[in-house]
Design a protein around this ligand. Sequence first.
Ligand SMILES: Cc1cc2nc3c(=O)[nH]c(=O)nc-3n(C[C@H](O)[C@H](O)[C@H](O)COP(=O)(O)OP(=O)(O)OC[C@H]3O[C@@H](n4cnc5c(N)ncnc54)[C@H](O)[C@@H]3O)c2cc1C
Length: 386
Amino acid sequence: MAGSRQKIIVIGAGTLGTATAWNLAVRGADVTLLDQGGIASGSSGRSVGVVGTQHVDDFEILIRTHSLRHIRHWRTCGLDFHAIGYMRLGRDGRDMALLEKSIDLQKAHGITSARLLNPTDIRALVPHMNVEGVAGAIFGSEDGFLDPHQMCTIVSGLVRDLGGSVRQNCRLIAADRRGGGWRLTTSSGIMDCDAVVNAAGAWAPQVARAFGQALHVVAERHQAVTIHLSEPLPYVMPMVMDLVQGGVGTGLNIRHDRPGQLITEIHKVAASAGENPDSYNDQLDEASKEQLAELLLERMPELPGASFGRGWAGLYPKSSDGRPYVGPIDGRDPTVVTVAGAGGYGIQLGPVLGQLAADWLLEGEPASIPEARRLLPTAERNRAPS
Ligand SMILES: Cc1cc2nc3c(=O)[nH]c(=O)nc-3n(C[C@H](O)[C@H](O)[C@H](O)COP(=O)(O)OP(=O)(O)OC[C@H]3O[C@@H](n4cnc5c(N)ncnc54)[C@H](O)[C@@H]3O)c2cc1C
């Protein structure tokens, strides 16, 4: 696939698609980014925008360092990043051993800002927290949050500045082979290209079908809500996550949003068969409101005058094994590259996944991070979970 000015169409203007389009445009491709709605109109615009490296797996930390590099660059182009810090709570010895290991892994990747906290340190940073049942935490002071809609808008603007084209309200309807490439039928007319990127999030299985492919992505519904306080907290609440991978934490997460306002979400939900992205309930439901209220009362019992504000639901596009898919589904056909299935981490992973998708298209391999070959949607990974 080597060669300059390949004409590539990226389907989906969420974090994964916009980042892919930018990585391609920077590297000389002729890119068109299209979305059936507006920029970030899918999951990306419904997330809570947290970006962090407090993970317990070497590869997960490695790829996030690449995302952070892109985010640093986009900050010079106007992206706001609020470095409020990220605190991941550990419940027991197992959790704490993993968090301690994370400090070493992060250091090996050049991240020196993470440290372990005991319950007294936790209370010093978040005086409103009830630390009952908490053994300790990891805290990364440089992590934070951003507005994914702003990020996608800025990155799409950069794609335009590089000569690319961005088409909103333009839906892929069908695809036919034409020469060595593709002829796409869209709601805005016919478009020809050499290669395509399926970055359609929870709709990625539908888009894959248009290319004669099968892709397993489950659309898992998650809900978030703002919390209004009767007075601003005298400190900035970092992102607090009550879960270490595979542990017994509740998955409650909560962070500062603006003075007098927090945002909360539950990261861990019961497994489901998945939602239809065209017809799911995109509003916060009463049962989840009650669950969130209970978890908050337990973990943050004395927030001043706390009441729920605007709530919403969105979708985590999840792969079968919880790791994103990047690369061609069919190794013999490198003209269709998939970048999808980022689950609950598509904002923080979008920048690096876009870099890897561009690698596959322009170099035929994940040249910038060879270890990322493991993200290929091979037949073994890309199947319905058993
Ligand atoms: C409540 C909630 C909180 C979250 N919090 C975080 C967080 O704190 N940090 C984090 O990293 N992640 C978070 N996530 C996860 C994150 O939002 C997703 O992983 C990410 O947005 C997925 O991005 P995407 O580009 O794959 O999909 P999307 O953003 O859904 O983009 C796909 C796009 O494809 C378009 N499309 C679909 N079909 C077609 C078609 N036929 N033609 C043209 N366009 C099409 C859609 O309109 C859509 O805009 C959260 C998610 C939710 C729901």
